[in-house]
Design a protein. Structure first.
Length: 379
């Protein structure tokens, strides 16, 4: 028998993993629409614990053992509930895992979750890392949720994060990334592929900011404080200017980020993820500035991709927060990095309108919950 192909599991392999009950959901059925090109949407269970503080279990404890003394309220989610800003909550997820010994998992927030400044991360029993699921893990999954800028309303069955499963060494090296740019371009500027020699790579592929244009051009959004809660089950239901202030560039294409304020900006480059590749937004090296970027992590096969060549990438929404002090960012400044991963097989389902994907070809960075969005314009 041949060895299994290493790589991230594509949609067709994820379906087989569900059939084999590597991923299961008890009395709930995992719906076909939960299967993304390279990930599975995970769903909130029936309740949340409000916590005094965040935590991680150790090798000798389960998650629920650790909640003793930290959880002070149990919140029923079956009919919906509001989660307060800056309060950590812990929700048992509907899905559970029974992974083979050579298969591991990784979780990340969904794009809409990150764009609302909702901080989420998965915790598993007897493991000391967030969002990292050990090979062979068998057990429950728990989601820590911390709404930062806005209070949110959630309910049982809502999906705030995604799971990828993989086997073997999946990360592409810098030489492979450069070669792929020639074969199937990953980055575009306007409609032209970025020359391989112009790529910024270092254990991943860097993206830069688009802060160009006249002083009245909206280049981003800044979260307002003390807005009303956002019901995450509602789409195009809220006026953006009730929750966000527009951000305009200063002379020279720069913006000063105020500390501990959440900003949404756009990449200057169009990103194109072909069917044989998956990507993940990675936290940016803190030595490059007092910034945190990266909330929504996964870029599925098909993001910005058009087999007919009519689309030249989709720009990436960048979730950015300055730490401690005000920090200036400038047009084309690198602020985030994509890690690229090989698929075990090309995904049969691709990101795009046929899957109901919300952000293909985006020119604005606000989440799907807001109407009357203002386009960011071209790079």
């Amino acid at each position: 028998m041949s060895e299994p192909t290493p790589g991230v599991f594509p949609s067709q392999e994820l379906n087989r993993a569900i059939e084999a009950e590597w991923v299961s959901s008890g009395d709930y059925r995992i719906r076909p629409e939960a299967i993304q090109p390279a990930s599975i949407d995970l769903r909130l269970g029936d309740f949340a614990w409000a916590l005094r503080c965040s935590f991680l279990p150790d090798v000798d404890s389960t998650v629920e053992e650790k909640t003793e003394g930290l959880a002070f309220q149990k919140v029923d989610l079956r009919d919906g509930a509001v989660l307060e800003r800056d309060r950590p909550y812990l929700v048992p997820l509907i899905e559970e895992l029974a992974l083979p010994e050579d298969v591991r998992g990784k979780a990340n927030p969904k794009s809409s979750t990150g764009r609302l400044d909702v901080f989420t991360r998965v915790i598993t029993d007897r493991h000391h890392r967030f969002d990292d699921i050990s090979a062979g893990y068998r057990g429950k999954l728990y989601l820590e949720i911390v709404p930062r800028s806005f209070a949110i309303q959630v309910k049982t069955g809502l999906s705030l994060n995604q799971l990828r499963i993989a086997r073997g060494d999946v990360r592409l090296g810098d030489g492979e990334i450069r070669a792929l740019q020639d074969e199937a371009p990953l980055l575009y500027m306007d409609s032209e592929a970025v020359p391989q020699s112009d790529l910024a790579v270092s254990d991943g592929l860097f993206l830069s900011l688009d802060l160009s244009g006249p002083a009245d051009r909206t280049v981003g959004y800044r979260a307002k404080k003390n807005s009303l809660p956002v019901d995450l089950s509602r789409v195009r239901a809220y006026r953006w200017n009730d929750y966000w202030d527009p951000v305009f560039p200063e002379s020279g294409g720069r913006v000063v980020l105020e500390p501990e304020i959440f900003y949404l900006l756009l990449s200057a480059e169009g990103v194109c993820i072909p069917p044989q590749i998956a990507a993940e937004m990675m936290a940016y090296d803190p030595t490059a500035g007092e910034l945190r970027t990266h909330y929504a992590g996964f870029f599925d096969p098909g993001f910005g991709y058009d087999p007919q060549g009519g689309r030249h990438g989709s720009r990436a929404a960048l979730e950015v927060r300055a730490r401690d002090v005000s920090f200036m960012v400038e047009h084309r400044q690198p602020v985030c990095k994509l890690g690229l991963e090989r698929m075990a097989a090309p995904a049969e389902r691709l990101y795009g309108s046929s899957l109901g994907s919300n952000y293909q070809g985006q020119v604005t960075m606000l989440s799907k919950h807001f109407a009357e969005q203002t386009a960011g314009g071209g790079a």
